[in-house]
Structures are given as structure tokens and as C-alpha cells.
Design a protein around this ligand. Structure first.
Ligand SMILES: Nc1ncnc2c1ncn2[C@@H]1O[C@H](COP(=O)(O)OP(=O)(O)OP(=O)(O)O)[C@@H](O)[C@H]1O
Ligand SMILES: [Mg+2]
Length: 263
């Protein structure tokens, strides 16, 4: 699907890595092991989808890998930086400068224009906006004629494209997206997914996307599957049909094959 598709995973450096990740919420009889020993790499320049049943730990994995939450044990690394070594202030700066986020709810600021929303992270960081790069980004997301509109004047798909542009504006090491198409009809969803895929291929950025939708997951270079807080399978070069078949195995409570889980 991509030029890197045939390269062995091991040859690609990791943009993000989690090692033996355990996350426990609550204690004693209310204890939930949301992550139960997950180790996985998200390679540089690749688009990875994270799938699994509701409650399997997808959002928890994403939040811990992105420094929005902390692990109970194990490690989360962005490049060479072990997030657990950072205090709150440095973690906030790392999130601001090196990570982009796209959420299901678009999270745009209603009083700002499209252009202002896109450059907000850069403005907050006191970074200058490179005009040529901003123009390229605006053209990639197809919002040239909407730059001075407010988010409320845009369709859901357009709003999410603004959120995608904002996520990539600061040239982050990685963009995390949690169900970015969850609130969109299939056509707008398709536009946002092609946009994510195109941005990965054209700019070599790294994207990690949580999704329930096999069609969305098929846009990725690889899908990893979680169940009960564990990594249970991975699928390179996914198609929607194969992902759907794999998901059905969870629904029917069929035994989980772990054959693909070990690198
Ligand atoms: N803040 C929290 N306090 C207690 N338990 C939590 C908390 N956040 C998540 N959990 C629990 O951890 C487990 C994993 O949750 P998580 O949100 O990561 O699942 P998910 O795979 O993203 O599910 P979904 O597909 O429904 O979004 C669930 O059992 C959930 O109830
Ligand atoms: Mg979730």
C-alpha cells in the first residue's frame, strides 16, 4: 500500500514504543487492568490502526503513549524520551511540541476562524508560522476557501479536516487519533482517512489511530488488535474484509490466535 510496505518492520525506527505496559485503574475489588503487559512499536513514517472490542484498552494505550496518562508499570517512549522521566511541565511541553491529537469530537475553538484554529498550537508555543508550509497544509486538507469561517459554519467532515491540519501544523513526531471518523458519515469519514493516509505518505509523518471501523482501519499500513488489555494480533497491509473477519472472531468469543503477535 505504501513504499515502505515491503520493508521489514524491524528495519524501521520506532516513533513511539511501549514496553510491558501495565495500567491498573481502581484497587482491590474495583481493580481494572486496562493494559496487561503490552509491548508494541509504532514505526516512523507509518500509519498504524489500533482495534479491539470496547473496553480492550485502546484509548488507555493511546493516552499513555501520548503522555496524557501515566502507566502503572512498564515504559512509554517517544523516540528516545522515556515519558516517565519527565515532570508535568516537561510532559506538557513535549505534548505541545512533539505530538498532534485528533479526537472524535473535533475540539475546535468556536470563536476562532479556521486559520486561527490551525495555527493555535504554534501560536501558543510562540513559534512563527511558515507561510509556505501553512499554505501547503491548507491545500492538502482542501480548506482554502474556508479559512475565515468559524467552525460552526462548516460541515462535520470539514471541521475534522481542520482538526487534522491543526494536529500536523507543528510538524509533530506523531499524530494520535482516537476514533477520528466516529462522528462522521461514511463519505466525510473517507475524506478524513484519505487525508491522514496521504499526509503519512507525502510527509513521512507517523500516525496512530484508534478505530472500530474495519473500513477506516484498512487505510492504515498495519492494524494491531487488543483484547482484554493485551496485544493479541497484528495485520500488515490490511483490507476491510480481513479486518472484519478478525473482529468477528472477537464477537463470537472464538479463541484468539496469537500467531501474528510476536514480531
Ligand atoms: N479512568 C478510568 N477509571 C477506571 N476505569 C477505567 C478508566 N478508564 C478506562 N477504564 C477501564 O479500562 C478498560 C479499558 O478502557 P479503554 O477506554 O482503554 O477501552 P477502549 O478499548 O478504548 O474502549 P472503547 O472502544 O469503548 O472506547 C475498560 O474496562 C474501562 O472501563
Ligand atoms: Mg476508547
Amino acid at each position: 500500500m505504501t513504499t515502505t510496505g515491503t520493508r521489514p518492520r524491524a528495519a524501521l525506527p520506532a516513533a513511539v514504543r511501549v514496553v510491558d505496559a501495565v495500567k491498573v485503574y481502581g484497587r482491590d475489588d474495583t481493580e481494572v487492568r486496562a493494559l496487561d503487559g503490552v509491548s508494541v512499536d509504532f514505526p516512523v513514517g507509518r500509519f498504524t490502526a489500533v482495534m479491539g472490542p470496547s473496553g480492550s484498552g485502546k484509548s488507555t494505550l493511546m493516552h499513555c503513549a501520548a503522555g496524557l496518562d501515566t502507566l502503572s508499570s512498564g515504559a512509554a517512549l517517544l523516540g528516545d524520551t522515556d515519558l516517565s522521566t519527565l515532570d508535568d511541565r516537561r510532559l506538557t511541553l513535549l505534548r505541545r511540541d512533539r505530538i498532534g491529537f485528533v479526537f472524535q469530537a473535533f475540539n475546535l475553538l468556536p470563536t476562532l476562524t479556521v486559520a486561527e484554529n490551525i495555527t493555535l498550537p504554534l501560536d501558543l508555543a510562540g513559534r512563527t508560522v511558515d507561510r509556505a508550509r501553512f499554505d501547503r497544509l491548507v491545500d492538502t486538507v482542501g480548506l482554502r476557501d474556508r479559512l475565515h469561517h468559524r467552525p460552526s459554519e462548516l460541515s462535520g467532515g470539514q471541521q475534522q479536516r481542520v482538526a487534522v491540519a491543526r494536529a500536523f501544523a507543528g510538524e509533530p513526531d506523531v499524530v494520535f487519533a482516537d476514533e477520528p471518523t466516529g462522528n462522521l458519515d461514511s463519505r466525510s469519514g473517507e475524506e478524513v482517512l484519505s487525508l491522514l493516509g496521504r499526509t503519512v505518505r507525502e510527509t513521512g509523518r507517523t500516525v496512530v489511530m484508534v478505530t472500530h471501523d474495519p473500513v477506516a482501519a484498512a487505510h492504515a499500513d498495519e492494524v494491531i488488535f487488543l483484547a482484554d488489555g493485551r496485544l493479541v494480533d497484528r495485520m500488515p497491509d490490511p483490507t476491510a474484509d480481513r479486518v472484519l473477519d478478525r473482529m468477528k472472531a472477537f464477537d463470537s468469543r472464538a479463541p484468539v490466535t496469537t500467531g501474528g503477535a510476536t514480531p
